[in-house]
Ligand binder design. Structure first.
Ligand SMILES: Nc1ncnc2c1ncn2[C@@H]1O[C@H](COP(=O)(O)OP(=O)(O)OP(=O)(O)O)[C@@H](O)[C@H]1O
Ligand SMILES: [Mg+2]
Length: 216
């Protein structure tokens, strides 16, 4: 589903990713880990097409990201969604409206949207908060809204950046279980985290980045 081949990324001529090569199979759940500044977020942004590689090749599905045109990016975003570290939710809107947004942008019918939003909110145990403003929710609840918004379009790949960043261990477990259930439905899931507790003894594959290189 995702292939990196000899990828280099520089910021202000400083290498941030160096000769990065790996493959992520369709339907895999994989963790990207490593210390702060290792390049985890940069790697996710490259998969999302919001940054471009300076050297090497990146394939995501049928898209060749080193050569992708700006006009193709919306097509890429149909299959790849991003759960941002700071969620990027609309705090002045309700939970319902936040989760509905991607479907509205896609021009789906109101009745279909309603059905999908309520189903998805049920899956993240937030059906009862649909009409609350996002800014009144706890951190863990906002995280789940962000996940609901990312999965509602049935993407083939979900990228999550530190999805358990500020959550307590129990809530973190719930969030990882959510990703597992999305993954069980066939979605490829890539989770960047510096917290080894999330993947210890899980059996999931882990890519370890240090100073922009994959060392394990
Ligand atoms: N837009 C940018 N401009 C300049 N430098 C950047 C930019 N984005 C990232 N960097 C640098 O690239 C390096 C890797 O950053 P990145 O955010 O990918 O690390 P990370 O592994 O996600 O770290 P963290 O665990 O702290 O989130 C850092 O040294 C950072 O300062
Ligand atoms: Mg990061």
């Amino acid at each position: 589903m995702i292939t990196f081949l000899g990828v280099y990324k520089y910021y202000d001529s400083v290498p941030v990713l160096q000769s990065v090569s790996f493959k992520i199979e369709k339907g895999e759940l994989i963790f990207i880990t490593g210390p702060s500044g290792a390049g985890k977020t940069t790697l996710l942004k490259l998969i999302f097409g919001s940054e471009k590689p300076d050297e090497g090749e990146i394939k995501v599905g049928d898209f060749e990201l080193s050569r992708i045109r700006q006009s193709e990016i919306p097509h890429l975003r149909r299959i790849v969604t991003f759960v941002f570290q700071d969620f990027k939710l609309r705090h002045d809107l309700t939970v319902y409206d936040n989760v509905a947004l991607p479907l509205i942008v896609m021009g789906q019918k109101e009745r279909d949207i309603k059905q999908k939003v309520y189903d998805t909110l049920k899956n993240v145990s937030l059906r009862h908060k649909a009409d609350m403003l996002v800014r009144t929710l706890s951190g863990g609840e906002q995280q789940r809204v962000a996940i609901a918004r990312a999965v509602i379009t049935n993407p083939r790949v979900i990228l999550a950046d530190e999805p358990t960043g500020n959550l307590d261990p129990d809530t973190s477990k719930d969030v990882i279980n959510l990703f597992k259930s999305v993954n069980a439905l066939g979605c490829t899931v890539v989770i960047a985290t510096h917290n080894p507790e999330l993947f210890k003894n899980t059996g999931f594959r882990v890519l370890y980045l240090k100073d922009g290189k994959i060392i394990q």
